[in-house]
Structure formats: structure tokens, C-alpha cells
Design a binder for this molecule. Structure first.
Ligand code: ZN
Length: 233
């Protein structure tokens, strides 16, 4: 556990703290040109209790939001597996070690709900209500390439459903997967999405990869440009 600490600390440094992505500005958005409809493939690694119906409902909600930008996310079911570790950092660490394969533009892990999660929810509920501190992270996207992330995909019956849902989490993390950070108003994010779509015509782009501009402004035009190793072991 102690050995893992520096690694987790390093990873946490790149995480977005996820609350709200920003307020929509309908007039600004409608005044912008997002071009033709484009699709990108989101490869899914899911836990065994996630159903096909849940996946299709999640993507229907996300695609409704993406239609603002003439974009569509296509789910590709890649693998079903048991969680690689209890914490969100364990999941992100796992995703970071996996290269995107050629049929994947983004990688998304759908976290289910185990008895361990339920116990944790009960234990953290008091703190959540007491001081408004949300210990339980609903989802995250790594901030180095903005191509990989996870969401908590199961509906829960706790008080937290008042504040969030798997659909709203996916929409939120979905913006990070397109390179958006957090902002008070969405204009900056709209511009980022427009610029990402403009990269589709960049001659240097791998035609089989949907590009991304990271939150820090780095353009990523192909998969092999971001072979990352976080671990030195
Ligand atoms: Zn966020």
C-alpha cells in the first residue's frame, strides 16, 4: 500500500475534480458552426453487473447532449471484468496502462455497484450530509490525454441521487473526453469541441482516430503519439 502511494499521488495530480462542467450558453452555442455530424468510438470495459440496457440508456442520454455539436458517441463493448482495485485511482491506473486499440477513440470504464461500494456509501453518507464533503467520486478522466476515464454507472438509492446520476456523470466526463475542462460558462468548451472537429481535416491526423485537444491545449492526432508510462517499475 505504501509503495503505491507515490503512484496514486502522481495520478491524482492529473485528475479533474468533478463538480459541474459549466453553465450552458444557448445563444453562443447556436451562433457557432460545428460542421457535419461526426462519430467517435468509445470502447467500454464494464463490470459484470452492468446491463446492455443500462449502456444503451447512458449513451442515448450522452448522444442527446452531443447532438448540440453534431457529434455522436458509438459504444463498443470491449471487455467485461472485475474491478482492478477499489479506488478510482486504481481504475484510472489500469486504463492508463492500456493502449487504445485501433477500433477505439476513447476508453471508458463503467463501474458497477458491489456490496463493498454500498458499505462505503453508508459510511461516507454521514460526512456527506454533515459537512457537504463528497468523498465518493462519481467519475474521472485522466488529464494527460483526455482519452480515458471511468464513471459510476449504476443507479443508487442513496441521497446522492439527488445531486447526480450515471447519465449526468457520463455527460460531464464526456466533455472531458472531448478536451473540455471546468469553466463557469461553456463558451470555451464549445470552442474546444469546434476546434477538435476542425482537426478531422488536418492532413497529419491518423484517419482512423478521432482527435483530441487536451485541457492544456496539446493536440493529439493519432494513438501512438501518447504512449504513456506512469509507472517506472
Ligand atoms: Zn469534471
Amino acid at each position: 500500500m505504501l509503495q503505491q502511494f507515490p503512484y496514486h499521488f502522481f495520478l491524482l495530480f492529473f485528475l479533474f475534480e468533478c463538480t459541474t462542467i459549466g453553465f450552458h450558453e444557448k445563444k453562443v452555442r447556436e451562433g457557432m458552426v460545428f460542421g457535419e455530424e461526426s462519430q467517435f468510438r468509445v470502447c467500454l470495459i464494464t463490470e459484470p453487473d452492468i446491463t446492455k440496457k443500462e449502456i444503451s440508456e447512458l449513451f442515448a442520454a450522452w448522444n442527446e447532449e452531443l447532438s448540440f455539436y453534431q457529434l455522436k458517441a458509438l459504444p463498443v463493448e470491449l471487455a467485461v471484468m472485475e474491478r482492478p482495485g477499489f479506488w478510482g485511482t486504481d481504475i484510472l491506473g489500469y486504463l492508463m496502462e492500456h493502449q487504445l486499440t485501433k477500433d477505439c477513440d476513447r476508453l471508458l470504464y463503467l463501474k458497477g455497484r458491489t456490496w463493498g461500494d454500498i458499505v462505503f456509501e453508508v459510511l461516507t453518507l454521514g460526512i456527506f450530509v454533515g459537512v457537504g464533503l463528497k468523498l465518493e467520486v462519481q467519475g474521472a478522466v485522466e488529464g494527460q490525454t483526455n482519452t480515458r476515464g471511468y464513471i459510476k454507472a449504476k443507479y443508487t438509492s442513496t441521497i446522492q441521487m439527488l445531486f447526480t446520476s450515471p447519465k449526468s456523470t457520463l455527460i460531464h466526463e464526456g466533455y472531458h473526453l472531448l478536451g473540455c475542462g471546468h469553466q463557469l460558462f461553456m463558451k470555451e468548451c464549445y470552442e474546444k469541441i469546434r476546434d477538435v472537429k476542425l482537426l478531422l481535416t488536418d492532413p497529419n491526423r491518423d484517419p482512423n482516430f478521432f482527435p483530441v485537444i487536451t485541457t492544456r491545449g496539446k493536440k493529439i492526432l493519432s494513438r501512438d503519439k501518447f504512449l504513456i508510462r506512469l509507472r517506472e517499475d
